[in-house]
Design a protein around this ligand. Sequence first.
Ligand code: ADP
Length: 353
Amino acid sequence: MKTKKVPELLYVFLLYFSLCAFVVTCSFLLFFRGIEIPEQQLPNAARATFLNVLFLTALFVTIDAIRRKITVERPVERIKSALSEITKGDFSVRLDTKGSRDDFAEIMESINCMTEELSGVETLRTDFITNVSHELKTPLAVMQNYGIMLQQPDLSEEKRIGYAKAVTDAGRRLADLITNILRLNKLENQQIFPATEEYDLSEQLCQCLLQFETVWEKKNIELETEIDEQIQIRADAELLTLVWNNLLSNAFKFTGCGGTVSVTLTADGKYATVRVRDTGCGMKPEVGAHIFEKFYQGDASHAAQGNGLGLALVKRVVDIMHGEIRVESVCGAGSTFTVILPRDQYGEVEKNL
Ligand code: ADP
């Protein structure tokens, strides 16, 4: 395609600049009309001027072509080749913009930002796949091992029940993991539109708490509640159940025997505030900084009891509800999770309160 264009461009180039040289020569002659030039020297003077102008024009055009090559064609070529690498899936491409402040440098910087964003997303995606595969493998391996052990002949009744229980537990963990992944995926892709209804948040919190009765009794955890009665809220009850269950399950999970878990609910006209406090292991600041990330688990010793998706789900739901979640924690002393929610996503409940 390029080779076809060259003669055509050359032709236009010659025609255009001959015309320019002719016009400039005529202007010169008109300008020097007042100067006495003998008539017989006039053709020679005109020819010399024309050639001079032609030479100067060619010189400037060449200089301009070099300038164009350096300042336009080269950056365009670099941008084109970077874009072709990105299209092939290489997000490590970065364009050097040092020393240049023109429009091309701005475009290159935007491309650099884009590739940085894309490589971040790519890392998240591969991390996610690695994490999911790892989390799936663990319970599957447990199920396989206990399945093999169950096949042993002459197995005592006690062992048989123990192995079967281990298989069921691993199956439950697997089911929980898959449910959480699907939920998170739905929430992140905004496929869930909150089904808002007006309901009693105090009652919902109490019901969620009751599910943990066996846990707090088994661990001899003292439960303190300060739940204001009949706090009405207009929100998606199912999504909020997820939030309370996750926060409560963590509080009971990370609190040792004989510890305390306290739950408070207060409200003003606009916002409802739920606080879940525990006297458990707490977390270091570097752990606290990551707890809302998918698959993040702070303490390896607790890894067997969760999959690190709970708080990622909580955060997503709170965001969807236009709320806020805060955490305060002291390593070895306990943690407090505070969720602040607007009592009405659409500003209607306040009037009815
Ligand atoms: P999981 O509980 O399955 O590990 P989560 O997303 O619920 O995953 O929590 C992420 C991490 O946050 C936990 O592994 C833990 O390190 C930390 N964490 C959450 N809640 C508490 C709590 N109440 N006390 C101490 N650490 C907590």
